[in-house]
Design a protein around this ligand. Structure first.
Ligand code: 26W
Length: 765
């Protein structure tokens, strides 16, 4: 920090409601080059390093892709010497722990702070206050200026907790600053004095609920007031913190945007736009025009989803009640914005209505994505197709207004955690061959291509994968008592459970193979172990039903004598960062089978590729770019494309036609609806089947045959093991683009306009 303050450098502030950091200890040791020494010392003491690492509670302060991306970005910014602070919420309860009872998901609260958290530093002296509720009053100040003051009915204290995130091979760290909510005693005094103790305590308690728990939804918003309060709470605290630091250094706010870049990780922090306006105007007395210029130049917005139901909207009534001053500012922003729209498109009222920050209707809503677009100088998608679809569909009107604001920033993942740390065998083999520059310049992996015809090297490559599969098999047995064969093809789908991700399509393939074996037990099939893991949002019944289905199918197939152990289905409970670190290195085949046009990017897909798994996937998200990099001959592509899907849906899609014309597909659905997998509850999956036949929103029926055919090709490739290991090597060798270092370099250059600032130890102490 002192280096940054002395040099007046530009700092990136990454605002995110989620940071899915994973365990810290091993990652810190690796990034600080202390790993081997610590391991040696522990060995000498007769202590088990592995066991020690397992003791650490995983901070699961995120749901999935968006939260993990934020964590990879902190690692890359630290490693690239980009000055950065991640701002978020110190949830007392992170993402729930998942258990399986009789195949059903059960949620257990994640009390991760139970034994304390040694990685954080509380900074009480830097607490800030947050207003909520109440009303506003307008007045003219002594100089005759129009002013507004917000008289809240609650004031909450935000306490910062800092966790340093070390970079690899650098003295730099990123700072993760998470806010905890506390009641302010000041307001409670009145209640105490009038003897109203219960009310006073209730106030304090309700203040503290703001940072109590992470909402466990992924891609479906819960329009709860508490969620809006959480968003405002961490955004206001972060902006106040940013302004305080800036004033300390510069004394005024006129050129704030030259000193900081604020990235909005989806719309969850987009109340930052009116909040910065409020702080600049009401608290620091800038003019509207000045404040607006600074605001727009400060913010940039990343969109992470195309699902229409995932776009956040808040009822105007709720917004007004919770954040009355911000609602006024939003109306003012909207009024000025729409005046411009009408000037640019005279007479085009429907366009103005489409662009408005407020959606009209019985219950008017604030459109948070529109607020983020209007208040930012840059808007980006997270993979090439996603950005293209944003421009053509979701944000089309904004693209027509401001094409220069749009960027593509294809996601990436950190090779430190996802290769070096999680797959030490492969990392060592790679470094033996090409040295270790790849750790901070992942494109160096290309040099492995020289070894693609080296039989001895390929054999070592295959042996590493096999050992990783042996390790995972042992873990699977410990967790589930299922015995799997490490020689079988490990076919893996791990991610949140969601209809658009189509875990159900993978199950349909499994049941197809099962039916083949039942029909012909002598069939010569490539033995496969299907591994699933992922959490379902607690209120998402269909997703929970799919978890149950996977387990039910496993419970029958794993014990059927006709199968003779050639197919195994495993559902590993409680998918999180640590479990991911065990799974990716052991995967042969990566399932990336979302309906085309629905998965914004995917980042798990990149982790698999880096670790030498081949992908079976649709033409969706970053799959497209992975295929482009590794070469179409090293990627199993299937299914309809986004254009085909849109076309078919507009012409009226009739999934039942696929049922009529495809006997194998019929046989699969019969297995579900007949109760074959749940004899004691034979009707359990009937609604699921009728949905497939009548609606099939995600087009599983249309993609079924193409998927089955493609899986057949994947099996044939696996049988030809020389070919398979060459393909595997080429996947790793060509995965360099998917380092988050590349992503961060792109953001730094094109959006943030920040440069690396090397930190020397002598100046920081
Ligand atoms: C408000 C409810 C809600 C919660 C989370 C809506 C949307 C979200 C996230 C935006 C969902 C998410 O994590 N999206 C994922 O972001 C990843 C990182 O960019 C992408 O790789 C995934 O494709 C995308 O689903």
């Amino acid at each position: 920090m002192s280096t940054y303050q002395q040099q007046h450098v530009k700092v990136v502030c990454y605002l995110s409601a989620e940071f899915l950091m994973g365990r810290h200890l091993e990652n810190c040791l690796i990034n600080l080059h202390l790993h081997d020494r610590v391991q040696q010392v522990l060995d000498e003491l007769g202590l088990d390093f592995e066991q020690l690492l397992e003791k650490e509670e995983e901070p699961g302060l995120g749901n999935g892709g968006l939260g993990r991306l934020a964590a990879c970005f902190l690692d890359s910014m630290a490693t690239l010497d980009i000055p950065a602070v991640g701002y978020g919420i110190r949830y007392e309860f992170g993402i729930f722990h998942q258990e399986l009872h009789n195949g059903w998901q059960i949620e257990i609260p994640d009390n991760w702070l139970r034994f304390g958290n040694p990685w954080e530093l509380e900074r009480r002296e830097q607490a800030v206050e947050i207003k909520l509720g109440g009303h506003t009053e307008a007045y003219h100040d002594a100089r005759g200026r129009y002013c507004v003051s917000w008289i809240p009915d609650r004031v909450i204290r935000a306490i910062p907790y800092d966790t340093p995130v070390p970079g690899y091979d650098t003295n730099n760290v990123s700072m993760l600053r998470l806010w905890k909510a506390e009641g302010t005693t000041e307001l409670n005094l009145e209640a105490f004095n009038s003897g109203n103790y219960d009310d006073a305590v209730a106030d304090k308690m309700s203040s503290e609920t703001i940072s109590k728990v992470l909402y466990p939804n992924d891609n479906t918003p819960q329009g709860r007031e508490l969620r809006l309060e959480q968003q405002y709470f961490f955004v206001s605290a972060s902006l106040q913190d940013i302004i305080r630091r800036h004033l300390m250094n510069h004394g005024h706010l006129e050129r704030l945007h030259e000193a900081i870049a604020v990235q909005l990780n989806d719309t969850h922090p987009s109340v930052a736009v009116p909040e910065l306006m409020r702080l600049l105007i009401d608290e620091h007395h800038l003019t509207w025009d000045n404040a607006w210029t600074i605001t727009q130049r400060t913010f940039a917005y990343t969109n992470h989803t195309l699902l229409p139901e995932a776009l956040e909207r808040w009822p105007v009534g709720m917004f007004q009640r919770t954040l009355p001053r911000l609602m006024e500012i939003i109306y003012e922003i909207n009024w000025r914005f729409l005046a411009n729209v009408r000037a640019w498109y005279p007479g085009d009222d429907t366009r103005a209505r489409r662009l408005s920050l407020i959606e009209e209707g019985a219950e008017p809503q604030v459109r948070m994505a529109h607020l983020a677009c209007v208040g930012s100088h840059a808007i980006n998608g997270v993979a090439a197709l996603h950005t293209q679809l944003l421009k053509q569909e979701t944000l089309r009107d904004f693209y027509e207004l401001w094409p220069e604001k749009f960027f593509n920033m294809t996601n990436g993942v950190t090779p430190r955690r996802w290769l070096l740390q999680s797959n030490p065998r492969l990392a060592n083999l790679i470094s033996d061959r090409i040295g270790n520059d790849w750790i901070h310049d992942l494109r160096q992996l290309r040099r492995l291509e020289d070894s693609v015809n080296d039989r001895e090297f390929l054999q070592r490559w295959a042996e590493v994968k096999h050992q990783n599969k042996v390790d995972l098999s042992r873990y699977i047995y410990q967790q589930t008592r299922i015995e799997v064969d490490p020689h079988s093809l490990f076919d893996v789908q791990v991610k949140r459970i969601h209809e658009y991700k189509r875990q159900l399509l993978a199950v349909m393939h499994i049941v197809t193979l099962y039916n083949w074996l039942k029909h012909n037990p002598q069939l010569n099939l490539v033995p496969r172990t299907f591994i699933f893991a992922g959490k379902a949002a607690p209120g998402y019944y269909r997703a929970k039903q799919i978890v149950k289905l996977i387990n039910a199918v496993g419970s029958i197939i794993n014990h059927d004598p006709d199968v003779q152990g050639r197919l195994k289905v495993v559902f590993l409970p409680n998918f999180n960062v640590s479990l991911g670190q065990r799974i990716y290195p052991a995967a042969d085949l990566s399932e990336q089978i979302s309906t085309a046009g629905k998965e914004a990017s995917g980042t798990g897909n990149m982790k698999f590729t880096m670790n030498g798994a081949l992908t079976i996937g649709t033409y969706d998200g970053a799959n497209i770019e992975i295929r482009e990099e590794v070469g179409p001959e090293n990627f199993f592509l299937f299914g309809l494309r986004a254009e085909d899907i849109a076309r078919r849906q507009s012409r009226g899609y009739r999934p039942v036609e696929f049922w009529s014309s495809n006997a194998e597909l019929r046989a699969v659905l019969d297995r579900f609806s007949s109760g074959h997998f749940t004899p004691d509850q034979p009707n359990l999956f009937q609604d699921l089947v009728s949905d497939l036949l009548q609606r099939d929103e995600y087009m599983l029926m249309a993609d079924y045959q193409s998927y089955i055919d493609c899986q057949r090709e994947a099996a044939a490739a696996y049988r030809d093991s020389d070919r398979w290991w060459r393909m595997s090597l080429l996947n790793t060798a060509r995965s360099g683009k998917f380092s988050s270092d590349r992503t961060i370099a792109d953001y730094s250059e094109q959006i943030w306009e920040v440069k690396p600032v090397p930190v020397s130890l002598s100046t920081s102490f």
